[in-house]
Design a protein around this ligand. Structure first.
Ligand SMILES: Nc1nc2c(ncn2[C@@H]2O[C@H](COP(=O)(O)OP(=O)(O)OP(=O)(O)O)[C@@H](O)[C@H]2O)c(=O)[nH]1
Ligand SMILES: [Zn+2]
Length: 350
């Protein structure tokens, strides 16, 4: 039997673990309107009520890692999150989608055996920083390369203030250094592009090597790809959330994650002579100077600019949508005032 602490309940949470007839559970998986919930009484599967689905509100919709209040067979509500990996989903309008909730650590996974893609790690790191949890970079597949060292060096150069670990899901190398993040009751999520070995790492941490060796068939078929986000209790007592490769890593409407990931560029930009410096041809531009002296990689600067524009675009779109919502609410209120006034208006005696 698992206790709430085993399920990752943080005693510092201000909300009570149970009130009245409600019990608290933790969402371990979501598929097609049905959530799997772990409770101290055992696992259960529950349909997401239509009233929650109808909101399309990421704060109210249960995601993997969420704490939910259960009233009998019903989800009453999702408890406020202490952290969350969130991405944007393009559609009719940009929506937030919570990938993993209430996590302590984000493992950003990349492939040490493939040519380094620094910009890629930066994007995932921004997402990780923004979650409010601690990012850690894992370079996997070190068994498949002669030169893991340069992959690590490259990753370190773009991962300011973040631990970078060289690991292998296949041989288990380097995994022992991660046990400090996988203590009992800790929640960890793995994010990263498809094929870097997230599921293989989950299997390695679960002490299950069977699936790690499953290889890519030469025709590319039959490879196991993660279809669901799922939270797995590990033998160490930690809870590990696997996510399918995020095809479109979006940043969600805040510059926090960016400022952390590009702290060096932000610091340089703060030293420019002009506060609104566009870092092009302005005199006294500290960014341009750092590029000239080779202290700042121009590609890093370019990707910072690009991600900043992306964040600005999302913020624009979102505020447009919020304005439209506010106007619709105002109209609805005016209609109901008018209806109430019409009701209250004294009738002429017959
Ligand atoms: N040589 C080597 N191959 C690995 C290692 N880890 C994973 N692989 C292989 O890489 C491929 C992809 O691994 P997955 O674990 O499915 O990758 P994933 O990140 O979960 O991918 P998605 O589910 O698509 O997001 C598989 O063929 C694995 O066998 C490793 O440490 N070394
Ligand atoms: Zn400048």
């Amino acid at each position: 039997m698992l206790s709430l602490t085993d399920l990752g309940w943080n005693p510092q949470r201000s909300d009570a673990p149970a009130t009245g007839d409600c019990v608290v559970g933790r969402v371990s998986r979501v598929d097609r309107g049905i959530v799997s919930v772990l409770t101290t009484g055992g696992p259960t599967r529950i349909r997401i009520p239509n009233r929650l689905l109808a909101t399309q509100d990421s704060d109210q919709l249960p995601s993997v890692g969420d704490w939910v209040l259960l009233a009998g067979e019903e989800i009453d509500r999702v408890l406020a999150r202490t952290s969350a990996v969130t991405r944007k989903v393009a559609g009719e309008r940009t929506r937030a989608q919570v990938v993993a909730a209430n996590i302590d650590v984000v493992f950003v996974v990349d492939d040490a055996s493939a040519p380094p893609k620094g910009r890629r790690i930066e994007r995932y790191l921004a997402l990780a920083w923004e979650s409010g949890a601690l990012p850690v970079v894992l370079l996997n597949k070190t068994d498949a390369t002669q030169d893991a060292e340069s992959a690590v060096e490259h990753a370190r150069a773009v991962s300011l203030g973040v631990d970078v670990h060289a690991v292998s899901a296949r041989t288990g190398a380097g995994l022992e250094l991660l046990t400090k993040h996988l203590a009992r009751g800790r929640t960890v999520v793995l994010i990263g592009p498809s094929g870097v070995g997230k599921s293989s790492l989950v299997n390695a941490f679960r002490g299950n090597r069977a699936m790690v060796t499953q290889d890519l068939r030469s025709d590319g078929k039959g490879r196991h790809t993660t279809a669901y986000r799922e939270m797995h209790p590990l033998p160490s007592g930690a809870l590990l959330i696997d996510t399918p490769g995020l095809r479109e890593v979006g940043l969600w409407a805040s510059e926090d994650g960016l400022d952390h990931t590009y702290a060096d560029v932000v610091e340089l930009a703060a030293q420019c002579q002009f506060r609104d410096c566009a870092h092009r041809t302005e005199p006294g531009c500290a960014v341009a100077a750092a590029i000239d002296t080779g202290d700042l990689d121009p590609a890093r600067f370019a990707s910072w600019l690009k991600l900043q524009r992306e964040v600005a675009r999302i913020q624009d779109r979102r505020s447009g949508w919020e304005r439209a919502q506010a106007a619709a609410q105002l109209r609805a209120r005016q209609r109901s005032y008018k209806a109430a006034r019409d009701l209250e208006r004294p009738r002429r005696p017959l």
